[in-house]
Design a protein around this ligand. Structure first.
Ligand code: ADP
Ligand code: MG
Length: 240
C-alpha cells in the first residue's frame, strides 16, 4: 500500500531522511518509534507530500506520488493524516469539520457527506457532539473528531503522528481504542507513538528510527524483548 524507495531528504545541512526503504502492506499496522528529532514526523509528512523529498520514489497503492499538480491532490486524498494538535477548523461545527473535505474535494452532495459524517461520528463515539465547535470538546473528543474527518475521505492508508501526545492521560485510551478498532478492521496504518501498550497490542511491525535512518524493522515482540542495535537498547532503556 505504501512503498518508499531510496528516499532522501535534507533540511539545509541536516540529513533528515537517509535512504529510507519501507514497504507497508495493505492492512498492516506499523508503529514508528525513535528519539525526538530522529525524523519520524518528517517521514510521515513526506508520505503525503506535505514535505518534498530530495530524491527517491514514494508510491501509495502502486501509484507514484508526483511532487505537485492536480494528480497529487487526488492521490493525497488516499492518505489520511492525524496530528498531535488536532487541527480542526475552529469556526466550523464537528459535523461540518467531518463533511467539509468530501464536499469540497470529492464533490459529494452535502446531504450525503453529512449522512456519512454522522456514521463516522457514531463510529468514534461522539455523534452527540455534532453541533458543537471544537473548543467545546475535550481533547480526546477533538482527536476522535479529527480521526473521523480523516476517514471521511475514505483513505487507503492512515498516518498518525503522536495522536495522543497532547492529551490528558485519562483521554489517551479513548483515542487508542478508536485506533485499535481501525486496525482490527484492516486499515493500513503508520503510527508514530510513545504508547508502548498500543505498539504491543496493535502493531504488526515496529520500525525504530534514529538520526534519519530506519535502524530496526521487526515484530513488536522481538523489538521489545530483543532489540538488536545499541541505539534501540539505549532508547528502550530510557522509556521502559
Ligand atoms: P521527530 O518527529 O522524530 O521528533 P522530526 O521529523 O520532527 O523528528 O525532525 C527531524 C529533524 O529535522 C529535527 O532535527 C528537526 O529539528 C528537523 N526539522 C524538522 N522540520 C524542519 C523544518 N521544517 N526545517 C528545518 N528543520 C526541520
Ligand atoms: Mg515528531
Amino acid at each position: 500500500m505504501v512503498r518508499m524507495s531510496a528516499v532522501e531528504k535534507h533540511f539545509g545541512d541536516l540529513h533528515v531522511l537517509r535512504t529510507i526503504n519501507l514497504e507497508v502492506a495493505s492492512g498492516q499496522v506499523v508503529v514508528v518509534l525513535g528519539p525526538s528529532g530522529s525524523g519520524k514526523s518528517t517521514l510521515c509528512r513526506t508520505i503525503n507530500r506535505l514535505e518534498p523529498i530530495d530524491s527517491g520514489v514514494i508510491e501509495v497503492d502502486g501509484k507514484v506520488l508526483p511532487a505537485e499538480g492536480r494528480e497529487l491532490a487526488r492521490l493525497r486524498a488516499d492518505v489520511g493524516m492525524v496530528f498531535q494538535s488536532f487541527n480542526l477548523f475552529a469556526h466550523k461545527t464537528i459535523l461540518e469539520n467531518v463533511a467539509l473535505a468530501p464536499i469540497k474535494v470529492r464533490k459529494t452532495p452535502k446531504a450525503e457527506a453529512e449522512k456519512r459524517g454522522m456514521e463516522l461520528l457514531e463510529r468514534v463515539g461522539i455523534a452527540n457532539q455534532r453541533d458543537k465547535y471544537p473548543a467545546q470538546l475535550s481533547g480526546g473528543q477533538q482527536q476522535r473528531a479529527a480521526i473521523a474527518r480523516a476517514l471521511a475521505m475514505r483513505p487507503k492508508v492512515m498516518l498518525f503522528d503522536e495522536p495522543t501526545s497532547a492529551l490528558d492521560p485519562e483521554m489517551v485510551n479513548e483515542v487508542l481504542d478508536v485506533m485499535t478498532g481501525l486496525a482490527k478492521e484492516g486499515m493500513t496504518m503508520l503510527v508514530v507513538t510513545h504508547e508502548m501498550g498500543f505498539a504491543r497490542r496493535a502493531a504488526h511491525r515496529v520500525i525504530f528510527m534514529s538520526d534519519g535512518e530506519i535502524v530496526e524493522d521487526s515484530t513488536p515482540d522481538s523489538f521489545f524483548t530483543a532489540p538488536k542495535s545499541d541505539r534501540a537498547k539505549d532508547f528502550l532503556g530510557k522509556i521502559l
